[in-house]
Design a protein around this ligand. Sequence first.
Ligand code: NDP
Length: 479
Amino acid sequence: MNIQNYINGKFTPPFSNEWIDNYCPADGKVYGQIPNSSKADVENAYTAAKLAFPDWSKTTLETRSRILIKISELLEANLQRFAEAESKDNGKPINLAKTVDIPRAASNFRFFGNAITQFASESHESVGHNAINYTLRQPIGVVGCISPWNLPLYLFTWKIAPAIAAGNCVVAKPSEVTPITAYLLGEICTEAGLPNGVLNIVHGLGTTTGQAIVEHPDIKAISFTGGTATGAHIAKVAAPMFKKLSLELGGKNPNIIFADCDYNDMLETTVRSSFANQGQICLCGSRIFVEAPIYEKFKTDFVEKVKQLKVGHPSKEDTNIGALVSKPHLEKVMQYINIAKQENGTILYGGHKITIADYENGYYLEPTIIEVPTDECRVNQEEIFGPVVTIMPFNTEAEVLQIANKVKYGLSATLWTNDLKRTMRMSNKLQSGIVWVNTWMLRDLRTPFGGVKDSGMGREGGFEALRFFTEAKNVCIKY
Ligand code: NDP
């Protein structure tokens, strides 16, 4: 499948006519090519966006809302096609793409299509001064959206939908590793009646195409989701130009299990929070801490449950764990398993590459559970972003709080307990942007989403996203 850039509502090849191979993770074969876009392609996309902006920013909220909801409906109508494409491109099980990725992408458009009609700004009466202030929330202009490969369409649309709902025009780049559903989205946007140039999708490498978006002097805001090192680099380039920045970065999230939890619910959810999407979700609870009285029981039961997960070809309905996204990523994850061994970790389960008949070159890895003697080891401190979790026991609330917070990341934390006071104490003190208590990845799109420390800055979701994609201007009138 050869894909093209989507610029000014048309599919166009890159100026350079240079292409990048696109690999299928399930069998390791090249199955298509994507544009290796240059600065000139980004400039072309920017020009289309700039020309579209005056009209788009003046459309009524009802018009924008109608188009966004239409995109959502078309995604739902094309669920099977999109899910198959996402699964093939990323290696994730088709079931996951069908029940999570594509429905969530559709929800993103529906949610922001509705949210924009409810978005209000403040007014402040200056009592005693005979003046009233009101705040305008104006679209920024042309904005850049850059997303990663783990939840390709889900995260791509999580940025694009609020950006265009707020009246901006967009130059967007999906990960070069998983470009297909972003490409298909172009067709849907045209069919839904999105005017040409409002959304422009440019494919290519992060270091060239992505960099050209970040460096562009007239792209005034960058919404980025990806690794912490890339986020730091983007901030360095964008900050001197005073761009608005939203950075959603890496995580190393604690999953803290107290003995008083609802055990079965915890066990089932912990299998999911450890290995869903091959562990390649920034919210996965990759550090599991278990209160000492139930540690041995948990260890046995967890290993038993994980043994039952079926690693297989992503297109098979009964596959629980598909392929990792790329060969370099598989190698990186396997390196961490070796590091764990050197650091005296005990592999309780997994740790090996898997060969699947007829797909010998696919990037399959067993779900891996490592018991670590201390939290001060690389596998407990660095983001692995694969089907690998560590487990260790703890004795007191104070101790687990301290180790949970002792990483550079702060994206999410999960807490399993039925003690209300402990829940309140811990939730206040956990250094993370999101705390889930007795659940995981339960998402309400109105809530603020993002991390603290090296997990990023800014918040996505709900009105937070609409605030990011608008400039506040205060008007003060004396009467
Ligand atoms: P990367 O940081 O490598 O890439 C993310 C995106 O940035 C890709 O589109 C990439 O392009 C692009 N990019 C790379 N270099 C540059 C550059 N110099 N300028 C502009 N764009 C650039 O992350 P991954 O794709 O490997 O994704 C995994 C990471 O994302 C993990 O760390 C994970 O935790 C994080 N993540 C965070 C989430 C959150 O909400 N906090 C959610 C999901 C993932 P290309 O791929 O083509 O090189």
